[in-house]
Each structure stands twice: as structure tokens, then as C-alpha cells.
Write a protein that binds this ligand. Structure first.
Ligand code: 4AD
Ligand code: MG
Length: 519
């Protein structure tokens, strides 16, 4: 017993990760990870160690480490894998709030010429190196937010008594139209990768009351947009004895709960992403509910929202941007002239050069907006009643709101075959889309399902779908048909909005979209 306690007091080295440092100040611990960054002076090497959980600055002094290990430390390339043993010291100025004063170093592999450096890389280069890009700080933060969202989704539904169930991925029928199906060979017969688990979700809801699926879905989207992937993850709840209005209540409390959980659990990640969280806190408000007809009036500028008009807002933005471009050009020219005039201290030159780079970045963004805005204006002004909203229409509409909006009662011709018709006005189908603010647009599509076998048969024929593969689905209307509703949330679109990303390709570890299958 005596021997044991001696060993544990004097020679126990605690292996841990950077998230646990706060409980071990003053103790000797071992951290294992990768060299995110290394700087050195004559007698000290500074390493920013990245271990997946977080970061820690490690100080490797010549005296503490000895000559050999110190020389080794000086050769470590970015992303070398190492273990460092040393004392934990509190230092609130450092990332993570702690430092490790190292006394021992073990090298697993000394990496040379890591392809991703701190300088700017083009997006294609980064996507080609996605397997490595995932290690960078921004990507790390996005993946942690995605994880938190997934957890929050399960939390919400499990807390409400929903049963999680899985829909098949090989299917014999199309759920969401036949134009974007991926066909595969299934023992000599054609099968399609699922576009949506919904039809199976309906069968499961009639067995279990309320269910949700959480799985991959596939759509052959032959265009590159910032919102479309070929493979994406969808969450599809389905509820028996539920109409479109109860469905909207569920969507609203669901989205509110998920966003609030992320705000609570991921403040550090959102900070790394420079996310202005005040634009997410607005989910606490009641989500405005607009009929398709009202939404069209607003889009076309015939109706204002709190004194704001879509068309006037865009025209003002174009003017403001033009003025800002002039200002930025002047600012850049002045700073360049001042540098060229000479006599400036090196620090001041650097400061000005950084400022010029930032201004050029801003300029690029504004110039892109200036190309888009006139097109958006045209498309909103000329929107034809009866059409589906395009990406830019959603952007124009949602820029007037600061929280998600729900658009319901769509012209039935543009919605899927399974949508219930509004009994009071059968021109409309009881579908609902949720559009995220800040220009993000559709993140959820759902609605109430048709219950009548007769109407469904007619719709399946209208859509020229093969009747035989829908017999099982029609059984759900033959045996105990009830009003039921549900919706589908695109996980990547929610991640993009919460993290305020330009494109969904950064929201998933390995994106699949038109023209991209690797890595
Ligand atoms: O609006 P969609 O097509 O609806 C359905 O599939 C219904 N069956 C859902 C249901 O009621 N159970 O797709 C639902 C959501 C969209 O709102 C969007 O967020 C996402 O799925 N989505 C995509 N996300 C990324 N890339 C794509 N190509 C997407 N297509 C749809
Ligand atoms: Mg949709």
C-alpha cells in the first residue's frame, strides 16, 4: 500500500486532452496531438498543439528539454504528431487559457511540407484536400456545431416521445419527383437511392404514433448552387392525427430548441466562425406564417413588412454598395500611396498592408453582390404567380425578416403528389416551407398528407408514376387512414445558416455534389 501511494504521488503522469487541463493546474500531464503551429527563439520553441478537443500553447525550453530533444523540436513540421509531457500553467491570454511547460517530447511522425498553410488557398484546392482541410480551425468549429445540432435534434424528439426509425436507402419508387433520381442496379432490376424517407415514415407513424428518421438522402442535382448537394442528411418526423397547423407548431418549437441548444453549447465554436449570434437569438420570436399568396405579394413589392419593401430594399442596397466601393477604392489608393512615398516604419507598413488586404476582401464580396442584386430585383419584380420560389426569390423575401418564416398553402400543381388539398380551397396544397433569414432560404419542407385513396390514385396518375410500386403506400389509406403530417429538415442547410457559411459544401465532412466524388 505504501509503495503504491508513493508511485502514484511521484511518478504518475496523467494522459489527457486539452479540454481537461483546467482540473490539473500545477500537475505534470501528457498531451498527444499535432503541431498546428511552431515558432522559435534561441532557447525556446513554442508549439500550438491541436488534439482534436482543442488547442494548447506548449513552451519547450532548451534547459527543460535538454540539447537533443530541443534540436528535434526545432525540426518539427506543421502537423507532425507528438506527445508532450510537462507542467500545466494557467495563462488566460492563451487559446484555451492554459500553457504546458514541457519537459519531455515524443515524436510519432515528423511531417514535412504540409500542403495547407496559413496563407490563402483557393476553394477548389481546399476541397481537393478535404481529408486534411478538416483539421483547420474553422472546419473543426463547423464539424463541432454539426455534431451539436445532431445531438440537439435527437434530444428534442426523444424528449417528446418520438421513436427514431430508419427508412430504406434502396427504393423502388420516387418520393419527390422523377427528375433527380440516382438509379442503381438491384439484382438486375432498377432501384433508386432514396430522395426522402417520408413515404416509409408515414407507414411507421401509423404503427408507432410519431416517429422521425435521420438518414442520408440522394438527389441528382445537375447544377452547382450554394444550397444543393447530391448526398445530404435529412431529418423527417411524421405524426399521426396531426394537421398542417399542429405541424407548423412542431416545426417552430423544434427549430427554436435546436438553435438555442447550439447557442448554449457552442459559444466558442461560433466565435471562431465570427458568427453574430444576435441573428440566431431571434428564434425566440414567433415565426411569421404567410400563405403563398401573401408571400408572393411581399416578394413582388406589392406589400411591405414593417415598413420594408423588397424592391426598395434592393435598390437602396445597390446604391449603398456603389458608394462603399468608391470609399474603399479611395482608402486603398491612399494607403498604397503612403507606403510608396517611403519613410514608413516596418510595423506601420505591415499594418497598412493588412488593412489593404482586408479592404480588397470586402470589395470582392460587394462586387459579387452588385452582380447579383440587379438579377434578384428583376426576378422578384417579374415573378409569375403560380411558380415555385427560386433561390434568389427566397433570398429577397427572407432579407426582410430577422427570424425564420413559414410559407404554407402552395399551388397544388407545383407540390408533390402526396400533399393534402386545402378542403376550403382545393387550388392549394397543404405544404409548408420554412425559409431561414439572412438570405438563406428553404431549410424545411413539409406538410399534411392526402388521406383519400381516390385523390391519391388520381395524383399518382397525373404525375405519371407507376401505380404498382405504390400499392403498399395506398394500403395506408385503406386500413385506418388518419390525418397525418410531417416535414423534412436538410441538416446541411441548417448547419450553413447557423454557422453563416457561403456554401453547403463546408457543412459535411466529405461533400458530394455535381462534379465532385473525391476525396
Ligand atoms: O423539400 P423537400 O424536397 O421535402 C421532402 O423531401 C419531403 N419528403 C420532406 C417531408 O415532408 N418528410 O426536402 C426537404 C429539405 C429541404 O427543405 C432542404 O432543406 C433539404 O431537404 N434539401 C437539400 N439539401 C441539400 N441539398 C439538396 N439537394 C437538397 N434537397 C433538399
Ligand atoms: Mg422543398
Amino acid at each position: 500500500l505504501f509503495l503504491y501511494s508513493k508511485i502514484s504521488t511521484f511518478s504518475r503522469i496523467i494522459k489527457m486532452d486539452t479540454k481537461q487541463l483546467k482540473d490539473h493546474v500545477g500537475q505534470i500531464v501528457t498531451l498527444k496531438g499535432w503541431v498546428a503551429n511552431r515558432r522559435e527563439s534561441k532557447t525556446v520553441v513554442f508549439i500550438n498543439l491541436r488534439d482534436g478537443q482543442g488547442m494548447c500553447q506548449c513552451i519547450l525550453g532548451l534547459e527543460d528539454l535538454g540539447e537533443d530533444l530541443f534540436q528535434t523540436a526545432k525540426t518539427l513540421g506543421q502537423e507532425s504528431s507528438i506527445a508532450l509531457t510537462g507542467k500545466v500553467v494557467e495563462d488566460t491570454r492563451q487559446i484555451g487559457g492554459f500553457e504546458l511547460h514541457a519537459t519531455d517530447l515524443k515524436v510519432y511522425q515528423n511531417a514535412k511540407d504540409y500542403p495547407i498553410s496559413n496563407k490563402e488557398h483557393g476553394i477548389e484546392f481546399l476541397i481537393d484536400h478535404r481529408h486534411l482541410w478538416l483539421r483547420s480551425r474553422r472546419q473543426w468549429a463547423i464539424m463541432r456545431v454539426r455534431n451539436c445540432i445532431t445531438y440537439a435534434i435527437h434530444n428534442f424528439f426523444q424528449g417528446q416521445g418520438f421513436v427514431q426509425m430508419d427508412a430504406p436507402i434502396f427504393t423502388g419508387n420516387a418520393a419527390e419527383g422523377t427528375t433527380d433520381l440516382f438509379e442503381t442496379d438491384y439484382y438486375g432490376k432498377p432501384a433508386y437511392l432514396t430522395q426522402s424517407g417520408q413515404l416509409y415514415g408515414e407507414a411507421m407513424a401509423l404503427a408507432m404514433g410519431k416517429i422521425y428518421t435521420f438518414g442520408p438522402t440522394f438527389r441528382a442535382e445537375r447544377s452547382k448552387t450554394r444550397r444543393h448537394l447530391s448526398e445530404f442528411w435529412m431529418i423527417e418526423p411524421e405524426m399521426a392525427f396531426c394537421d398542417i397547423f399542429e405541424n407548423m407548431d412542431t416545426i417552430e418549437s423544434f427549430l427554436r430548441s435546436v438553435v438555442q441548444e447550439v447557442l448554449e453549447k457552442c459559444p466558442d465554436e461560433l466565435k471562431i466562425l465570427n458568427r453574430d449570434t444576435s441573428n440566431l437569438e431571434t428564434v425566440a420570436k414567433k415565426f411569421p406564417r404567410l400563405s403563398y399568396d401573401e408571400a408572393v405579394e411581399i416578394l413582388k413589392g406589392n406589400q411591405d413588412v414593417d415598413g420594408k419593401n423588397t424592391l426598395i430594399t434592393i435598390e437602396e442596397d445597390i446604391k449603398e454598395n456603389a458608394a462603399r466601393i468608391v470609399k474603399i477604392d479611395e482608402d486603398i489608393a491612399q494607403r498604397e500611396a503612403a507606403i510608396a512615398a517611403g519613410g514608413m516604419k516596418k510595423g506601420v507598413i505591415n499594418f497598412n498592408q493588412n488593412k489593404i488586404d482586408t479592404l480588397k476582401q470586402e470589395l470582392k464580396q460587394i462586387e459579387e453582390d452588385q452582380r447579383n442584386l440587379p438579377q434578384w430585383l428583376e426576378s422578384a419584380r417579374n415573378f409569375e404567380y403560380g411558380n415555385d420560389f427560386g433561390g434568389s426569390d427566397e433570398t429577397v423575401l427572407t432579407r426582410l425578416f430577422d427570424c425564420p418564416i413559414m410559407v404554407y398553402d402552395w399551388p397544388h400543381e407545383i407540390k408533390a403528389f402526396y400533399m393534402k388539398r386545402n378542403p376550403d380551397d382545393p387550388r392549394f396544397a397543404r405544404g409548408v416551407d420554412v425559409l431561414a433569414p439572412e438570405g438563406y432560404g428553404e431549410i424545411v419542407g413539409g406538410g399534411e398528407r392526402e388521406t383519400s385513396e381516390e385523390w391519391l390514385v388520381e395524383k399518382i396518375n397525373d404525375h405519371k408514376l407507376p401505380m404498382d410500386v405504390f400499392q403498399w403506400y395506398l394500403d395506408l389509406r385503406r386500413y385506418g387512414s388518419v390525418p397525418h403530417s410531417g416535414f423534412g429538415l436538410g441538416l446541411e442547410r441548417l448547419v450553413a445558416w447557423i454557422c453563416k457559411l457561403d456554401h453547403v459544401r463546408e457543412t459535411i465532412p466529405f461533400p458530394r455534389y455535381y462534379g465532385r466524388l473525391e476525396p
